[in-house]
Design a protein around this ligand. Structure first.
Ligand code: ATP
Length: 456
């Protein structure tokens, strides 16, 4: 299993999906750079989410700044409570997350608070991965701190946002009145978030800088449970629409200490990664906690006036919170396949075609008889609609394999028959079957095939 991750990380580097951050300086833990194909994949994931979430009447988009007033994080509870239980290896001083160490040692930590976890650690005589004694656990705050302006004192101290949601809460009335929205309505945002995770591992799964896609849906008190169910179903279906098969997805319901004190319900959607099931999205029924806190800390009224009932109240919130980078990683893991083809191993990335960084490659069979010119013209025409690539280097079989490895769903080959009847072959990445298609119908053919694609 770990083997698959190693192969994937290596393919990602070799093919320009993901590079280690600051690699020439030895890298920076928990940070990754998206290369030319990775940034395209990530963007396709974000675009799919943005279209699904904001191209509708009841959800508006927003892009709030990363740096916010320090009080935001006091109101949200992050200053006091956004922390993980940390233990230290007494010999090496290396730091670990206690819940993760326990889980790696087969202890179920569901619903346990820090004290209960520490008791378990003593019970199973938990040691560090290096086999040394561990310190007592303490809570470690995950927010990155920095300063605004030239003075580096406490009054200038602010945080890099650990989630995008607060930018939405503090703008909820601005958006509502600017867009003349009525409850229920939502605000969606995509943006970077930063968490000083104690340990980072599993490639893009847990990083210190990552992108979130969050939506807060504001509803009238008493209606939250129905909206919660609605959004659970919507979000589950979205993952299927971007090509993650249902059999790899599961629900995890928060229980006991896992559930925030103000939340009445929280469910995670998990994807089955090679290292086990991991959360990719959380859907939370959050009561009116966030807006009420901001009312209290800012001293500004954040009530909604319902024109029909003539009532004023602070709306309840359903939140959908997903990691763009984690979802991109799920797409990468899910796409990776090795298969035997005529005694050779073929590596193929079976992305949903709409997620694939390159939609089609246009290949002249040989570099003569006008084939390159025709292939160039097709490339320019298709480029207006899709990200396509022209490739004339090497035997056509090798060019197909290169495209398989980066998950390009279609290879369009210009051959001698093209010169006679203006048709080309379209090779399907998954079945490797070829079909003759008139050049004039290429765009429609690609569009239809992409829509008809289903995860196997
Ligand atoms: P975890 O328990 O894995 O630390 P969380 O419950 O703290 O995650 P949320 O605060 O609910 O996560 O964040 C919402 C989403 O943001 C997660 O479902 C995940 O996709 C993404 N996310 C959170 N932390 C990270 C991280 N360190 N790296 C990448 N993505 C992250």
């Amino acid at each position: 299993m770990a083997d698959v991750m190693e192969k994937l990380v290596s393919l990602c580097k070799r093919k320009g999906f993901v590079f280690q951050s600051s690699e020439i300086y030895g890298g920076l833990n928990g940070c990754w750079d998206y290369g030319p194909l990775g940034v395209e994949l990530l963007k396709n994931v974000k675009d799919a989410w943005w279209r699904a979430m904001t191209y509708r009447e009841d959800v508006e988009g927003l892009d709030a700044s990363i740096l916010m007033h320090a009080k935001v994080w006091e109101a949200s509870g992050h200053v006091a409570g956004f922390s993980d239980p940390m233990v230290e290896d007494k010999k090496t001083n290396e730091r670990y997350r206690l819940d993760q160490l326990l889980e790696e040692n087969g202890v179920d930590v569901t619903g346990l608070g820090m004290e209960a976890m520490m008791a378990k650690a003593i019970e199973v005589d938990l040691k560090s991965p290096k086999g040394n004694e561990l310190s007592e656990a303490r809570q470690f705050n995950l927010m990155f701190k920095t300063f605004v302006g030239p003075l580096e004192d406490d009054s200038a101290r602010i945080f890099l946002r650990p989630e995008t949601a607060q930018g939405i809460f503090v703008n909820y009335l601005n958006v509502q009145s600017a867009m003349r929205q009525k409850l229920p309505f939502g605000i969606a945002q995509i943006g970077k978030a930063f968490r000083n995770e104690i340990t980072t591992k599993n490639f893009l799964f847990r990083t210190r800088e990552f992108e979130q896609m969050e939506m807060q849906y504001f509803v009238a008190p008493g209606t939250q449970d129905d909206h919660f169910e609605y959004w659970r179903e919507e979000r589950w279906n979205w993952f299927r629409n971007i090509g993650l098969p249902e059999r790899k997805l599961s629900w995890h319901e928060h229980q006991g200490d896992e559930l925030a004190h103000y939340a009445s319900a929280a469910f995670d959607i998990q994807y089955e990664f090679p290292f086990g099931p991991g959360e990719i999205e959380g859907i939370h029924n959050r009561s009116n906690f966030d807006l009420s806190q901001h009312e209290q800390y800012s001293g500004k009224k954040l009530q909604y006036f319902d024109e029909e009932s003539r009532e004023k109240f602070v709306p309840y919130v359903i939140e959908t919170s997903i990691g763009a980078s984690r979802t991109t990683m799920a797409c990468l893991v899910n796409a990776y396949h090795e298969e035997e083809v005529k005694g050779d191993t073929r590596v193929v990335m079976r992305f949903h075609p709409r997620m694939a960084p390159i939609k089609a490659a246009i290949l002249p069979l040989v570099k003569r008889d006008g084939m390159p010119e025709i292939a160039r013209t097709i490339t320019e025409d298709l480029r207006k609609h899709f990200r396509v690539e022209y490739d004339e280097g090497g035997a056509v079989g090798r060019r197909y394999r290169r495209m398989d490895e980066v998950g390009t769903p279609f290879c369009i080959t210009v051959d001698s028959e093209t010169l006679e009847n203006d048709t080309v072959t379209v090779r399907d990445r998954d079945s490797m079957e070829q079909q003759r298609v008139p050049i004039a119908e290429l765009r429609t053919h690609l569009d239809k095939s992409m829509d008809a694609w289903e995860a196997v």
